[in-house]
Design a protein around this ligand. Structure first.
Ligand SMILES: Nc1nc2c(ncn2[C@@H]2O[C@H](COP(=O)(O)OP(=O)(O)O)[C@@H](O)[C@H]2O)c(=O)[nH]1
Ligand SMILES: [Mg+2]
Length: 485
């Protein structure tokens, strides 16, 4: 009976407690288990509901139904603030550069976006200036006496408002777009995103919309497109077309590069005598030539145009090389004839020694590789160069032989300019097809994030004219040069 004590009469309410507890336990056990089943069911149910609603959305979308609620604030464009003028922006930036924090009234004229962009530009400029200053110090401490002279040349850090009148210029065919776009991308990344210079594109045919759209999307400055006029890309009337054709045939047999190409000849004549006459270039003083398939391998932390301007340079190059003699058999003789009749054009302290080993009797074939050029357009527009080009053109040598624009430009620069106006961009890591220039100093390469292999540097190798350049310019070669010849 002991067992029944709990339910005994001595504590009758305990019976009720026990009953309540039992009920509670049974309830918990049964409902607890059910609740697990429910979670799974819920997930399944949710999934089912979701898929139904997805189906609905998809159905709605397919039906073009616009069920999504657009937030009110997105329905209307924010009331646009009137755009500040370029003058206002410049003034604002000048104040910032003078450390005034742009608190004056002019700052109020700028929208938030304009203000942000202007501040960012000034910050970037300040950073670039700091880097250039450091770099200048580093370079100077590592330079040898002759180079110190160069090192002491004026800094070329343009402020955002101090841009030089300059543009990139590219002659290209539509089908070269994707080769070219890589060149543009790298020029922008290494240099132009900081300076935003314009870019002029020239073609003997109309550029396609795709060409224009893609290049405009990538260039940070303004882009301009020109179709070359017929008279700059055709046979002049004094050319004997049969003689020209026979010469192409012979050059093909002799396996001379581009020997049988008519378009290559038009291109070389155009680059020699006409690109600088294109009206799209009229407003500029300086240009930087870029071709499809080139590479820039190191960061350029200063304004190369401004460097040229501030240091009174006219013609800048990266690679120098010997020309294939068979493409220019009579070019030097015609040059000598021209000089004989026009001695007044020859500069006093010229660079003849770079292009001739015997005081001008013969041409040693050295020339600046013109696929990279940073130069002053005034030089090509000068009387000396115009007359020289006209003289050469009248001989028909662009078509009867296969004169390149590189030797024509180089001979003119070497003869009509004092050699101090020619600048060698030693610091520009550059490659065009098989030949490249890669700064030989390892520290320099690290600091400028160069991607080139110094073993691929062409400057002191056999076919290059690099050694000749250093010797005739009176420069000391980099200490590393013997390792890389
Ligand atoms: N529009 C146009 N551009 C050309 C033509 N031929 C060459 N070019 C351009 O002229 C430059 C030199 O030509 P390229 O074929 O690179 O010659 P290479 O560098 O001497 O091998 C490049 O910028 C080419 O895109 C042509 O027929 N039409
Ligand atoms: Mg090329």
């Amino acid at each position: 009976m002991k067992g029944l004590t709990l339910f005994g009469t001595r504590s009758p309410y305990l019976k009720y407690v026990a009953v309540v507890l039992t009920v509670l336990v049974i309830y918990t056990l049964t409902h607890g288990a059910t609740s697990y089943t429910n979670i799974n069911q819920n997930v399944q149910q949710q999934q089912k509901q979701q898929s139904t609603s997805q189906q609905e959305v998809a159905r709605d979308q397919a039906a073009g139904a616009e069920k999504v609620q657009v937030p009110e604030e997105l329905k209307h464009e924010a009331a646009a603030k009137p755009k500040a003028s370029l003058e206002d922006i410049k003034k604002f930036q000048e104040e910032l550069m003078q450390g005034k924090k742009g608190e004056s009234a002019v700052g109020d004229l700028l929208s938030d976006e304009e203000r942000k962009a202007a501040v960012a530009e000034v910050k970037e400029w300040a950073q670039a200036q700091k880097e250039a200053k450091q770099e200048n110090l580093d370079q100077k401490s590592a330079l040898k006496p002759q180079e110190k002279q160069e090192g002491s040349q004026k800094q070329s850090q343009a402020t955002p408002n101090e841009k030089v009148s300059a543009t990139f210029v590219t002659l290209a065919r539509n089908q070269e777009l994707y080769d070219l776009i890589k060149s543009i991308r790298v020029v922008e990344d290494r240099f132009n995103r900081k300076y935003n210079y314009d870019w002029v594109f020239l073609n003997d045919e109309e550029f396609t919309q795709e060409f224009k759209d893609l290049t405009t999307a990538i260039v940070s400055g303004k882009t301009k497109y020109g179709k070359i006029p017929k008279e700059h890309w055709s046979y002049p009337d004094w050319i004997d077309l049969e003689r020209a054709a026979a010469s192409r045939k012979k050059m093909k047999e002799d396996k001379i590069i581009y020997g049988d190409s008519e378009s290559y000849r038009h291109m070389c004549r155009f680059e020699s005598g006409f690109f600088w006459r294109n009206p799209l270039l009229d407003e500029y003083e300086w240009y930087w030539r870029v071709e499809p398939g080139i590479e820039i391998n190191c960061d350029l932390n200063y304004d190369l145009f401004k460097y040229m301007q501030d240091n009174d340079k006219v013609y800048g190059f990266t690679i120098s090389i010997h020309e294939f003699e068979k493409t220019i058999p009579t070019l030097w003789q015609h040059t000598k004839d021209f000089i004989e009749k026009n001695k007044q054009y020859v500069a006093e302290d010229n660079f003849l020694d770079f292009i001739s080993d015997d005081g001008g009797k013969t041409y040693n074939l050295c020339h600046f590789w013109s696929n990279f050029e940073i130069a002053n357009l005034k030089f090509w527009r000068s009387e000396a160069y115009r007359k020289y080009f006209e003289y050469l053109d009248a001989t028909g040598g662009f078509f009867y032989e296969r004169w390149g624009d590189a030797p024509v430009h180089s001979i003119a620069a070497a003869l009509f300019l004092p050699k101090s106006k020619i600048h060698y961009f030693e610091d520009v890591g550059y490659r065009h097809h098989v030949y490249g220039q890669c700064p030989l100093n390892a520290q320099f390469r690290y600091e400028h994030k160069c991607s080139c292999d110094p073993n691929g540097d062409f400057t002191f190798r056999g076919y290059s004219c690099g050694k000749k350049y250093f010797d005739t310019m009176g420069l000391t070669k980099p200490v590393e040069w013997q390792q890389y010849q």
